[in-house]
Design a protein around this ligand. Structure first.
Ligand code: SAM
Length: 237
């Protein structure tokens, strides 16, 4: 069996109607540099919660993401934490390190966190998730929420998540990307990718599941919703 491929992944593959090659083709295209992404999110920071919050409520994605991340425990690292929308899910954590590229997003995160019950267990760090400043195997849980669509090199970012996660730790992702079941939906996502990258730095035509496998991570479980576009993954290093 190829490295990073578990039996459960192969089962998942067999049931997919959109071919792996078709999805892989869109995976590694780079449109914006890390510097561009930082600038973009510094600008977006003021309106981010309003825009994303509305979508979260209407789609039900916000509630589901909170449930998904409630399993975070021990020493928790969140990469690309944005404005810390996930913070309420971390009540079982001993320590939460929120990292983010954009200083303006991080400032919003610290404002939000001041109101939470676990404020003393939270640390902030501005850093690049493609080059995490942490020792190997230093976290029990590594979390990412909707960062793989934005980060310049998602493969590198996933490899870093795998490196800093303890051997018996978990990596929890809440992401979006190509559908595993609807070719027409994927054609639409491809069509709007340029527009989305230009204004939001977001690539809706990436494939988090394929990327996770390519990064050598083990897929423990995958759930999908909203036409197969939204994806919740539990990975192991
Ligand atoms: C769509 S937002 C998601 C924010 C947050 N995780 C959430 O769910 O609301 C993508 C975030 O990834 C961050 N990001 C992009 N590239 C990054 C990088 N190289 N290192 C760290 N964060 C990055 C952006 O600054 C932005 O805050």
């Amino acid at each position: 069996m190829a490295p990073g491929l578990s039996a459960s992944c192969l089962t998942l593959r067999a049931s997919n109607r959109v071919s792996l090659n078709e999805r892989r083709a869109a995976t590694l295209v780079v449109h914006k540099s890390t510097k561009d992404i930082r600038k973009l999110y510094n600008k977006f920071a003021r309106d981010y919660d309003r825009v994303e919050g509305t979508f979260d409520v209407l789609s039900g994605v916000g509630r589901r993401r909170d449930r998904w991340f409630r399993r975070a425990r021990g020493r928790v690292l969140e990469v690309g934490a944005g404005t810390a929308r996930t913070i309420e899910a971390y009540s079982r954590a001993d320590l939460v390190v929120l990292t983010e590229l954009s200083d303006k997003m991080l400032r919003r995160a610290s404002e939000r966190v001041n109101d939470t019950r676990i404020v003393e267990r939270i640390r902030f760090l501005q850093c690049d998730m493609q080059l995490l400043p942490f020792a190997d195997r230093s976290f029990d849980t590594v979390v990412s929420s909707q960062t793989l669509c934005t980060v310049t090199d998602p493969l590198r970012a996933l490899q870093e998540m795998g490196r800093v996660c303890k051997r018996d730790g978990i990596i929890l992702l809440s992401e979006h990307g190509l559908s595993d079941r609807h070719t027409r939906v994927n054609a639409l996502l491809e069509r709007y990718t340029d527009l989305s990258v230009t204004h939001l730095g977001c690539h809706p035509n990436r494939d988090p599941e394929t990327l996770a496998l390519a990064a050598g991570l083990h897929v423990v479980q995958v759930q999908r919703s909203l036409l197969g576009i939204f994806i919740w993954m539990e990975l192991a290093p």
